[in-house]
Structures are given as C-alpha cells and as structure tokens.
Design a protein around this ligand. Structure first.
Ligand code: HEM
Length: 515
C-alpha cells in the first residue's frame, strides 16, 4: 500500500501534537523548532561523515595505486610513499635503481622550500627552470673549470689559518663548536671567491651589516621551513621576521650590485680585452673571482648576463656553497675525533705532503687519497643536502616495468640511499675503506650521491671537495681533535643542510709542528 501526500501530512501533524502533549520542552522552544534543529544536526553529522569517508577513500585509493605500482620496488627497500597533507603523496626513493631515473629523467625541481629563497636568490641556477636554467648552466660552467679553481686553493689556505689561529689563542684543549666556527670560515672563503670581498668575518663576527644580513637570511629560512603558518607569503611578510627577511634581502642585493657595478667600471677603465681573460684564472696578479668570470660570460650572439642576473648567481653560490661545505667539514672532523686511528692516518698523509709548509698548493690537493676517503665516508654517513625533490614531466617506467604517471612528486632521499642495507654492509659504521678504489668499483654508480646526479647535479662539487681537503689537511697538521664528552650527544637534525642539534663540540689540542 502506498501512502498519499495527505496521509503523510496528517502523520507529521499527529506526531507533533503527541510530542507537544507528552514532552516537557523548555520555555520558548516549540516542537517544530526542535524537529527542525534535530534534522539539521543529523544531516550535518551525516554530511561530515560522508566527507570524511570521501577524503579517506581518496587517500586510500592513492596509496593503493602507488603501492600496487611500486610494490616490488618497495619490498626491496627501494622507496616508500609519504605525504604532505592529505592530497600530496610524495615518493621517497632510496635505491640506486629508483634514484637514477628520478634524477636523470625528464623532471622539474619541486621543492616548495625553494620558493622561500626566491626573494633572495631570484632566478639563480639553484631554482631557475627550463631555458633560463639551461642558458645559465652553460654560461656558468666555465667558472668551475680546474684552471679557475686552482687559484682558490691559496685563499682556502689563508682562511683556514685564520680559523686555526683563533683556536690556538683559546689555549690547549679548548672546547669549540664546529658548525659556527667552520661556517664563518666557509663564508669567508665563498665571499673571497665569488665577490673578491675580504670581509674579516672570522675575526669580526657578524658586525658588518652584509655578514649579518647573510646570516639572517639563512637562519630565517631555516626557521620558516618548520613553521607551517609562515609558509603563506601573505602572513609571513606581515610578521616581524618576514620584514627582517625583506630588509636583509635589500642589504645583500645592494651590496652585491655595488660590487658588480664597480667591477664593470674597472673593466671599462682598464679597457680589458677578451683575450686577457683567456689566461685562465689570473689577471694582473689578481685571482679572478666569480664576478669577473660572469662578467665575461657571453652567449653565441654576444649577449652577456645582466647585473641582476650576475647578482642572483653570486648570491646562489654564496648560499649553496657556504653551509654545505661547513657541514661537510664539521661532520668529517666529528668522525675523525671519534676515530683517532683514522685521524692519525690522515695527519701522517697531510704532514708527508706539506713537509712543514702552512700553505697547500694545487698539486698537494691531489695527493691526499686517504683524507679524501674519510671525507667521502662522512658525506655518506651525513650528506649535507638530504634530498633532491623532482616532479615528473613524463610518465616514468622503471627497469622492471613498474611505472609512475607524469606529475608525480618524487624525492631522492640521500641519507636513505647511503644507508640502504642492500648496497652497504654495516651501513651505520664509519669506515673510510669503503671508498678505496677496489671497493668503489664494486658499487653501483648511483649508490653514493652527496652532490646529487643528472643534469641538475651540484655545479660546485669540485670547489667543495678542494675546500674541504685544504681545511682538513691544515687543521690536522696543527691540531689533534677529540670529542668533548661533557657536552650532550651529537644528534643530526634536518635543516637547510644536515646539522647537529646543539652543535658538534670537540676539544682541540695544538700539536708541535716544525712549521
Ligand atoms: C659539501 C658541499 C656541497 C654539497 C654536499 C652540495 C650538494 C648539492 C646538491 C645535492 C645539489 C642538488 C640540489 C637539488 O637537486 O635540489 C646541489 C646543487 C647546487 N650546488 Fe651544491 N653542494 C655543495 C657545495 C656547493 C658549492 C661550494 C657551490 C658553489 C660554489 C654549490 C653550488 C650549487 C649550485 C649552484 C647548485 C644548483 C645546480 C643546478 O641546479 O644546476 N654547491 N648541491
């Protein structure tokens, strides 16, 4: 039997009458209002449940697709899926088989963190894309040629000696925090090599406005990464920190622009001919810095880089080449302080090469194989840059037929790759002999990637390796390091580079040298 509309109406009015008669409703609340509100509440609850189910099934569906596609890879500790918020799954790869196509294929950089750098680094090499990146990479590559880099070795030696004199003045067995001290030294180096600026930052600290601004920019970005509310530009630039960031950008930009403009004028005055610069790395007794090299860089049609383009590149080198090498040197010293036998072996090697000199030459740098193995092992254990993030621009098919669709976000996870137990035996043990020539040959090529790989690998890797070797050889020649056990244990923490929460504290004992 089907109820008519009239029947339904009379049923509802009977129900309301009954309700009014029997229920004791609070004053001012009528039965129809109560029913209405009950309906609203029930419907809202049902709607929220529905929405939550939709969201959850969407996430489950995404995870399932990813898992199905990559199951075989995942089983072998090759990758895992993690997510940023409910809708953004990211594939994290930690096996050479998965990392290689992610870094080598047709991909774009994704990391949202890079957006925070844009006001400072503009369209510099680290964050630019497409044709702009291709052109600049081509124009900048000569700046990292060995003929240019070899002259920087003298500058690295000088900065290291300033650091070591500071340590010496503190007395025997002084406790020093490595990141701060070495960070100022690598800043000193990169300022000399990129802008020709001899800042004295190691002795004067952050008293110069420019040094203070560079310090502010990195520490403010580091802090911003961990504070989701500050990720929204609109909110961030309303805060005091956002305003400080803007101000620091202005200071840094105007300083580097001024250096570039002055250098341009000098070039005009001296009427330098192009051929003069082909005498690599040196001009009129002066070591060429990145500004000099970038001012002479030209496209095929003769167009050079504009002042703002050079400024962006110089700032990029400054950022990318300062904390990274500081992290590399600090972690190597940390491991050598823990392993006195390896430290002694490095010292013997350095002393054999230096023969009492306090300055390293370009030729010496190539004669430190064991120290190089120790640096590499440290970069394996704690890679200063923890990941390279990419978005696929084309579908990607792995060797075993599994595939990922275009638009997927993927990350090459370097700490994961460097500790993958399928590749590395006892991955948590610090063992420089993994990098002996025989052992290195046996490993797959993409097992060790502190400088990333593919077209967007680190352009400064040779610069960095030279700088680290010079600093470490000279340091070990003059000091013995041991861990400072009175300080809290060293725990790596993820920031712009991999650092240590609370820093790395070591005791430095001066050695008697015949220098
Ligand atoms: C131990 C020291 C260093 C490490 C571990 C390191 C590591 C890396 C890594 C992993 C990348 C790839 C980033 C990505 O894919 O998002 C990179 C890119 C880059 N690095 Fe380094 N780096 C170091 C030192 C330097 C130095 C000294 C310079 C410059 C003087 C430099 C300049 C750059 C630049 C410009 C890029 C971007 C390259 C491009 O996208 O074409 N790096 N670095």
């Amino acid at each position: 039997m089907v109820a008519s509309a009239e029947d339904e109406q009379s049923l509802v009015s009977d129900f309301l009458r009954l309700l009014s008669a029997h229920a004791r409703l609070p004053a001012g609340v009528t039965a129809p209002t109560l029913v209405l509100w009950t309906l609203v509440v029930v419907l809202s609850v049902r709607l929220s449940v529905r929405l939550s189910v939709c969201v959850l099934s969407f996430i489950a569906w995404q995870v399932k697709i990813w898992r199905d596609r990559l199951l075989s890879l995942e089983e072998k500790d090759r990758c895992s899926v993690w997510r940023l918020g409910p809708f953004l799954p990211v594939l994290s790869c930690s096996h050479p088989d998965t990392v290689r196509p992610i870094l080598g294929g047709k991909t774009q950089k994704t990391s949202w963190v890079y957006g925070f750098f844009r006001p400072w680094l503009g369209d510099g090499l680290l964050i630019s894309e497409g044709q702009k990146w291709q052109r600049n990479r081509r124009l900048l590559t000569p700046a990292f040629h060995f003929d240019i880099l070899k002259h920087y070795v003298t500058l690295f030696s000088e900065s290291t000696q300033v650091l070591l004199e500071k340590w010496l003045s503190r007395g025997p067995g002084a406790s020093v925090e490595l990141f701060d001290q070495i960070g100022l030294m690598t800043l000193d180096n990169i300022l000399k090599c990129s802008l020709g600026y001899h800042s004295n930052c190691q002795t004067d600290g952050q008293s110069a406005p420019y040094i203070q601004a560079v310090h502010d920019l990195t520490s403010l970005i580091d802090e911003r990464v961990d504070r989701p509310l500050q990720h929204i530009d609109f909110i961030y630039y309303l805060t005091a920190k956002g305003r400080r960031f803007r101000q620091a950008c202005k200071v840094v930009h105007s300083f580097s622009e001024q250096v570039i403009m002055t250098r341009k004028e000098e070039r005009k005055k001296e009427e330098l001919k192009e051929e003069d610069f082909t005498s690599p790395g040196y001009k009129s007794g002066k070591c060429l810095d990145f500004v000099d090299i970038l001012l002479q860089a030209k496209d095929e049609d003769g167009t050079g880089l504009s002042v703002s383009e050079i400024r962006d590149e110089v700032n990029t080198f400054l950022f990318a080449g300062h904390h990274t090498t500081a992290s590399g040197v600090s972690w190597t010293l940390f491991y050598l302080a823990q392993h006195q036998d390896y430290q002694d072996e490095c010292r013997r090697e350095a002393e054999g090469v230096l023969e009492g000199r306090t300055e390293i030459t370009w030729h010496d740098v190539g004669k430190l194989p064991f120290l190089t193995m120790c640096i590499k092992e440290s970069l394996r254990c704690v890679p200063p840059v923890a990941r390279s993030a990419r978005t696929l621009q084309l579908d990607l098919t792995f060797a075993d037929g599994k595939w990922l669709p275009k638009g997927t976000s993927a990350v090459a996870d370097f700490p994961g790759l460097h500790r993958n137990s399928e590749i590395w035996e006892n991955p948590t043990v610090y063992d420089p002999y993994r990098f002996s020539p025989e052992n290195s040959e046996r490993r797959p090529p993409h097992a060790f990637l502190p400088f990333s790989a593919g077209p967007r690998n680190c352009i400064g890797q040779n610069f960095a390796m030279n700088e680290m070797k010079v600093t470490l050889a000279l340091t070990l020649q003059r000091f013995r390091l041991e861990p400072d056990v009175t300080k809290p244990p060293v725990i790596p923490c993820d920031g712009i580079t991999l650092q240590a929460r609370g820093g790395i504290w070591v005791k430095v004992h001066p050695l008697k040298t015949n220098t």
